[in-house]
Design a protein. Structure first.
Lengths: 460, 349
């Protein structure tokens, strides 16, 4: 069989090119790998190599022809033992300069698959059971520690790594006592190399372990973001479901107190943007314990956004050893009928304080603790808006492309007819967080700002 | 200059980076006829597969980026002869050769290249993103250097689980300048992880030569500040690779990382769309004509009368058939079902 050589695509976007120069002529013996011609594209002139051995039987596209479509036959090789004359006869007619190059049919692979119009609606997460048993009053810090300790007792493949998590007992004392209980094999101090240890954690997860990677703060995780997103979040999909990375990235997120712009940033919307991640932001100690346990058990990469100021705050936590919260469920912290206020992490406390103040002014606010930012519990918020017809979104981070922006868009799509006022966003000032006490306070949402926003949407 | 056909020697390291560096050449330089024939077979499979991939790319059946391994076959084939069941392999985006050497099915690899449902990633990963849990092949990574911390994490998992497996992390001379590579090496040395780092120095990170990118061009010395022993190996000589690999793998299995700098050469451009104007044709031809790893083994097999022309021709025909079948399969497999667009974003969701 004569071997046709087709006009090759030399880049992902090339559709046609110029046959700039032939390096072979009829009768030449050609070896695989030998340069046979030069082709000029809009970007470069490239050499084309033969793929098969053979003898040049016929040149179909002469030198100098432009606009030769990809996949057009350009040359015919006689295979080993074949006569050049026979092979030439079998070839299609040659194209001389100035003639239009024959149009090659687009290969089947180039045809786009039909794209479904919208993502399928994912199954609703399990509802949260009522936890009615005994509770213990404990700090968020203790709740996080207990969640890790319980999961490490339950599953030998769970380990904790990060800066100062072992001997120092945690930069914020969240891992207190874990080294003593689980030993240096499972509670591991890392060098200060976020990019490296985040990637190492992803590799350990690919290898079957369940790492908890603590970032001293999420500000430093920016150095590790490539591994979190490109390696942890995308690989399950890119591998067609073969590879999993059951890993938790946790640590304090957002502003602490007067630590300046580089140490005070909310990353909620950054991570919530990414398919393949789960993003959780607990407020209370019960959230912290129930969600961290769920995060460690989840087979996906989870971003777990804590808050330094909340670490020392105390809440009631169910004592039930099976206490775990569902991922993807918001919680109504305070029922109300006049306005819905959504918040996450430390802003839940501010929203509740605002609700108390609003009650004094005769406005009954419903406060929703979002807890899970991806997946996002749109259903609970829509149901609340159907009741209150007004919505205020509170977040500590910047407004532009923030969680509040996403929430507003979702309400436009799913609750438009129930809204009596535009959704109002309360958020951090659109500046790098300043150091001065007065300026910092002005830059972060305060209960007063929330009260003001709620009154505005209630026309009061 | 062509290398001598028999008993190739590992090139001695000009400097001994650390006291723990063993004298060079303590790996097994001997090779049986069967081993050599198997190397020939495996390298030829990669060569023919890559040539066909280039051809399918030219036909528009493979899209996007496609980085061919032609010229570098001896590195992965020699290294794979030194591993045992359960050892992990991870590499960059120039990964087709590694997958074939790891025993992955050429049909599944080629079908992934053409973006079909029967590809290793169901058509959703492409050339740079393929995996096989069964063959302990962990990708296929598109971000330069990102596979190095991940490969180190695989070594960490082996150690954590008390297994005596190692991880082989392949990366190029370009990656060798990435910060995360050194972060990973530090932890591997600190925690004595069973990691072998194989730097495939093909002399160009895309279009930039090693001399223009690395202050210290002896890449095997790049672990010195962490006390990681390293050596430079003739990566065009599969037997030299095997000998050095055995030593490195044994070192890692006993606890602690090791660096092998494979001096190799890619014949094709960085990717299919690279005209490769940064090097001379003479340079490429010199490697092709004088240093080709497959020709080298072929010559040894014939000179030493381990086989004959007819037998080698049969191997060639067999490889062509495997590759033809793979190409046929890859062109005729269906595209992924539209429902695949939404599948596998999360586990269990």
């Amino acid at each position: 069989m004569p071997i046709p050589v087709l006009m090759p695509a030399l880049s992902p976007t090339m559709t046609e090119g110029k046959l700039a120069k032939w390096h072979v002529k009829v009768g030449d013996a050609v070896k695989a790998g030998q340069v046979i011609c030069e082709i000029e594209t809009d970007k470069a002139t490239m050499e084309v190599e033969a793929v098969d051995d053979g003898t040049v039987a016929r040149i179909l596209i002469e030198e100098g022809i432009e606009g030769v479509k990809v996949n057009t036959p350009i040359l015919v090789l006689a295979a080993e033992g074949e006569s050049v004359a026979d092979a030439a006869k079998a070839a299609p007619a040659a194209v001389a300069p100035a003639a239009e190059a024959p149009k090659a049919e687009a290969p089947a692979a180039a045809k786009a698959a039909p794209v479904a119009a919208a993502a399928p609606v994912s199954a609703a997460p399990a509802a949260e059971p009522e936890w009615t048993g005994k509770t213990t009053h404990m700090t968020v810090r203790e709740a996080l520690r207990d969640a890790m300790a319980e999961e490490m007792r339950r599953d030998g493949s769970v380990f904790l790594m990060g800066e100062e998590v072992a001997q120092y007992q945690g930069a914020y004392k969240v891992s207190q006592g874990l080294l003593e209980e689980f030993g240096a094999k499972r509670v591991i101090d890392t060098p200060i190399t976020e990019h490296g240890f985040a990637g190492l954690g992803v590799g350990a997860a690919f290898g079957g372990l369940k790492p908890i990677v603590e970032f001293m703060t999420f500000n430093f995780a920016m150095q590790a973001m490539d591994q979190i997103i490109n390696s942890a979040a995308k690989t399950h999909y890119m591998s067609g479901g073969q590879m999993t990375s059951p890993i938790v990235f946790r640590g304090p997120n957002g502003a602490a107190a007067r630590v300046g712009a580089q140490h005070s940033q909310c990353y909620a919307s950054w991570y919530a943007h990414v398919p393949g991640l789960r993003v959780l932001a607990p407020w209370s100690a019960a959230d912290a314990k129930g969600l961290l346990k769920a995060a460690i058990r989840d087979p996906n990469p989870v971003i777990f956004l804590e808050n330094e100021i909340l670490y020392g705050q105390s809440f009631d936590v169910p004592e039930d050893p099976d206490f775990v919260l569902p991922i993807g469920r918001a919680k109504i912290e305070r029922p109300g009928k006049d306005v819905t206020i959504t918040a996450f992490s430390i802003m839940v406390g501010k929203a509740l304080a605002a609700a108390e103040e609003l009650a004094k002014q005769g406005i009954d606010a419903e406060v929703i603790n979002l807890r899970s930012l991806r997946p996002f519990d749109t259903e609970t918020i829509v149901n609340s808006v159907k009741k209150t017809n007004r919505l205020v979104s509170v977040e500590e981070g910047w407004a532009f492309a923030g969680i509040g922006s996403e929430l507003a868009a979702q309400m436009m799509e799913q609750a438009f007819d129930w809204l009596d006022a535009p959704v109002k966003r309360v958020h951090g000032a659109d500046v790098p967080l300043p150091y001065a006490a007065n300026l910092e306070k002005m830059a972060l949402p305060q209960p007063g700002n929330i009260v003001e926003a709620a009154r505005e949407v209630c026309n009061r | 200059m062509a290398k001598p056909a028999t008993k190739p020697k590992v090139e001695p390291s000009p400097a001994k980076p650390t006291a723990s560096t063993k004298p060079p050449g303590t790996g097994d330089n001997s090779v049986t006829a069967d081993q050599l024939k198997s190397f020939y077979h495996d390298m030829l499979l990669i060569r023919r597969f890559e040539e066909r991939a280039g051809q399918l790319y030219g036909m528009g059946l493979i899209g996007g980026f496609c980085h061919l391994y032609i010229g570098q076959e001896a590195v992965v084939v020699g290294m794979q002869s030194t591993v045992k069941l359960g050892d992990a392999i991870i590499t960059s985006y120039r990964d087709h050769g590694h997958m074939l050497a790891a025993g992955m099915d050429p049909k599944g690899v080629m079908a992934e290249l053409t973006g079909r449902a029967s590809g290793y990633s169901k058509g959703k990963g492409g050339s740079m993103h393929m995996f096989s849990r069964e063959k302990h092949f962990y990708g296929g990574h598109g971000i330069v250097g990102a596979q190095v911390p991940i490969g180190t994490g695989l070594a960490f998992a082996h150690k954590y689980n008390g297994k005596d497996n190692v991880s082989l992390t392949y990366f190029g001379d370009g990656s060798a300048n990435q910060g995360q590579v050194y972060e990973a090496m530090n932890m591997a040395a600190l925690w004595k992880l069973p990691a072998v780092y194989i730097i495939e120095n093909n002399r160009y990170g895309m279009g930039t030569s090693v001399e223009r990118a690395s202050a210290v061009t002896e890449l095997y010395r790049h672990g010195e500040s962490f006390g990681i022993p390293g050596e430079r190996v003739d990566g065009m000589d599969v037997v030299a690779v095997k000998a050095a690999g055995e030593k490195a793998v044994e070192h890692a299995r006993n606890g602690g990382p090791y660096i092998l700098e494979m001096q190799t050469y890619r014949y094709r451009g960085h990717s299919m769309s690279d005209p490769a104007k940064y090097r001379t044709k003479e340079e490429v031809d010199k490697y092709r004509n004088e240093r080709d790893p497959i020709d080298h083994v072929r010559k040894t097999l014939l000179d030493e009368k381990m086989t004959d022309e007819a037998a080698l021709k049969a191997v060639d025909a067999e490889m062509r058939k495997i590759v033809n079948d793979a190409a046929e399969f890859a062109q005729h497999s269906p595209e992924p079902d539209p429902s695949e667009l939404w599948a596998d974003v999360l586990v269990g969701a």
